[in-house]
Design a protein around this ligand. Structure first.
Ligand SMILES: CC(C)(COP(=O)(O)OP(=O)(O)OC[C@H]1O[C@@H](n2cnc3c(N)ncnc32)[C@H](O)[C@@H]1OP(=O)(O)O)[C@@H](O)C(=O)NCCC(=O)NCCSC(=O)/C=C/CCCCCCCCCCCCC(=O)O
Ligand code: FAD
Length: 602
């Protein structure tokens, strides 16, 4: 119910309080991250910690890190990540902002040469950030060396006014009433702003005092390293958002009753309807699947980072493909699922008090930020095409593409499934997912020379990423899992996750010959049985997410199930209910009613 200005100020207040507590309680970096997470309101601090600091860590020299991170860690400066422009977001190499080296003063001149080169979108830029890592085309000795990162001070540290030559503001209201409107996404134009040479982030390349451009021995793709890092955190974020929506819809489904038995007995909980289960339980399974794959991705990222530190860059392409693909598939699935959960809760799901509209509006842009989901999957497709061609030339693939090394078998194998129970076998499931992913990638690679098809590449990428998620779920179940019966429940969810994908993408599985129509129908039968088996534990499986009512923010998802009183109470809090007779009655309603009454008497 807050206005945009009030909402923004509230975000500043919460962030300042969180920082105060972080200092007072001597929180570790991880604890401070959690504190921000549970404040649960997008704000400038996200950009500061999740993008500005990592960009300097990844692209700054040791000396630069020492200088800037010391201030950033103490919040003496607030930073953002200013990459996207009005004219270009996905096409990073198409950015237009220039950083021209002037050897006479040992400075870079930062400039926005066109309207479309205005920086547009960076979070916290609009009203808050004092500094930014700004991405611009480096020009020295008359030559354009492409996009590089530069640290710029944007606002005075005394009175917060923009520095000379910098025009800066907020880009305006966004989707939904609250949601991402707590963030001051900004616009910025630069008019020949001078910064010292040593504010170019120089780990990847340097410009000497004389203006010579010198490459480092690290790959230029490290320029994109911050995005790899953030995409990895977004997967965990998507799993959290999805689990919140599912928690609301499952709990409400257990409370909501519609239609009775013919004999006039009690009405049926909507969660008991098969159609409700087949729509909702795949989301429950996905929430767990995304959590496990997110944990694995975090491990992969840490592993790659350690390798990079010792100058082993070999796993960078795979890390890029995994983070891009998983960010894309999990955020798209999550946005769709939250929207569907709204429908699963019927009319009440459409109320703000259900918590679902806000959850949807906050998570929808994750499909776009940190890389449009389609653009990212096309990157995965490119990686797959390269891998297929390496396999063809005898190279053994590793990591998440290791399965492609089994090409002889996977290109011609037939699924062993013969009964409904056979679909309980993880090896049988994994084999059909591997065969589907490989055959789609190979078909795409073969067709590329004839008529390049983006769609085919996109579909092959989706199949590959789904295989990763299924595989990581299966691997998770091979670990020791504490708690009586917990593993059995997770096995059921793993089955649901995999089999609902077979159901949804049956066309792929059939057309690539991985399963027959009969096996597809056995998978559906198995899926129906799994839904029935999960039903008794569905509420416990969402309680296990351990969300407080406060964090869930939903009248429908309350732990105590007292849904109707909560809805009723929430309604009365609406500002429209502050007066019995609404504002506007005297000016607009009364004259209208009186006029009509007069007319009717004539
Ligand atoms: C990938 C692009 C589209 C590149 O396109 P292209 O022009 O074709 O390619 P080049 O630039 O020439 O590159 C070619 C080669 O480089 C490889 N490549 C590309 N990207 C990478 C990469 N990232 N890493 C490694 N390698 C890469 C590519 O494969 C080519 O290799 P080869 O030649 O084939 O060998 C690119 O331009 C692009 O990425 N576009 C997308 C742009 C984008 O993503 N922009 C993001 C802007 S910033 C933003 O959006 C910020 C949003 C705010 C988000 C706030 C998030 C808050 C999250 C909160 C989290 C909560 C915390 C949770 C805490 C917890 O849970 O722990
Ligand atoms: C809430 C939010 C916060 C953001 N925060 C930041 C930030 O802090 N810092 C920052 O720098 N940026 C930020 N961004 C910008 C964001 O990174 C870009 O919007 C994103 O990278 C997509 O780029 P675009 O907007 O140029 O989309 P476009 O690339 O213009 O996409 C438009 C359409 O074209 C399609 N398309 C584009 N290229 C291709 C292709 N090659 N093949 C097929 N289809 C294609 C896309 O799929 C999409 O459907 C933010 C964006 C949002 C929404």
């Amino acid at each position: 119910m807050l206005s945009r200005k009030e909402l923004f100020k509230d975000t500043l207040k919460k962030a300042a309080h969180a920082w105060k507590r972080t200092v007072e309680l001597h929180l570790t970096e991880e604890e401070a991250n959690l504190l921000r997470l549970y404040i649960d309101q997008p704000g400038y601090v996200d950009l500061h910690w999740v993008m500005f600091v990592p960009a300097i860590k990844g692209q700054g020299t040791e000396e630069q890190q020492k200088k800037w991170l010391t201030m950033a860690y103490k919040f003496q400066i607030i930073g953002t990540y200013a990459q996207t422009e009005l004219g270009h977001g996905s096409n990073v190499q198409g950015l237009e902002t220039t950083a021209t080296f002037d050897p006479s003063t040992d400075e870079f001149i930062m400039h926005s040469p066109t309207l479309t080169s205005s920086k547009w979108w960076p979070g916290g830029l609009g009203k808050t950030s004092t500094h930014a890592v700004v991405y611009a085309r480096l020009i020295t000795e008359g030559k354009d060396y492409g996009i590089h990162g530069f640290i710029m001070q944007l606002r005075s540290l005394d009175d917060h006014s923009p520095l000379p030559g910098i025009t800066i503001g907020d880009i305006g209201g966004k989707f939904g009433s609250g949601a991402y409107n707590s963030m001051d996404n900004g616009v910025m134009r630069l008019d020949h702003v001078r910064i010292p040479r040593d504010q170019m982030l120089m780990r990847l390349a340097q410009v000497t005092r004389e203006g010579k451009y010198v490459h480092s021995d690290v790959p230029k793709q490290l320029l994109y390293g911050t995005m790899v890092y953030v995409r990895q955190t977004i997967v965990a974020d998507a799993s959290r958002a999805l689990s919140r929506a599912v928690c609301i819809a499952v709990r409400y489904g257990a409370i909501r009753k519609q239609f009775g038995s013919k004999a006039g007995g009690p009405e049926t909980q909507v969660l008991n309807y098969k159609t409700q289960q087949s729509r909702l339980f795949p989301f429950l399974a996905s929430a767990y699947a995304f959590r496990f794959v997110g944990q694995w991705l975090k491990w992969l990222y840490t592993d790659v980072t350690q390798k990079l530190e010792s100058k082993d860059f070999s796993t960078l392409p795979e890390a890029h493909a995994c983070t891009a693909g998983l960010k894309s598939v999990t955020t798209s699935a999550t946005a769709d699922a939250i929207e569907e959960c709204q429908k699963l809760c019927g009319g009440h799901g459409y109320l703000n008090s259900s918590g679902l509209p806000e959850l949807f509006a906050v998570n929808l842009p994750a499909c776009t930020y940190e890389g449009d989901n389609v653009v990212l999957l096309l990157q995965v497709a490119r990686f797959l095409m390269k891998t297929v061609s390496q396999v063809a030339s005898g190279k053994q693939p590793v990591g998440t593409t290791a399965y492609m090394g089994n090409i002889q078998h996977l290109m011609q194998c037939k699924s062993v499934v013969n009964t409904v129970e056979d679909w309980l076998n993880p090896a049988a499931i994994k084999e059909v997912f591997e065969a589907r992913a490989l055959r789609m990638a190979v078909n795409c690679a073969q067709n590329i020379s004839k008529a390049p098809s983006q769609e085919e590449g996109f579909e092959a990428a989706v199949a590959h990423v789904q295989l990763i998620i299924v595989t990581k779920f299966i691997e998770k179940l091979q670990e020791d899992i504490l708690g009586h019966g917990v593993k059995e429940q997770l096995q059921k969810l793993c089955g649901i996750y995999a089999l609902h994908l077979i159901h949804k993408h049956l066309g792929d599985f059939l057309s690539t010959g991985c399963v027959t129509a009969r096996q597809g129908s056995l998978a559906n039968e198995r899926l129906g049985k799994l839904y029935a088996q999960v039903r008794p534990n569905a509420v416990a499986l969402v309680d296990a997410f351990d969300y407080t009512d406060h964090y869930l923010g939903s009248a429908l998802g309350r732990y105590d199930g007292d849904v109707y009183s909560a809805l009723y109470k929430e309604a009365w809090k609406d500002p429209l209910n502050e007066t019995v007779v609404p504002d506007g009655y005297q000016e607009h309603l009364r004259p209208l009613l009186k006029q009509q009454l007069k007319l009717s008497r004539l």
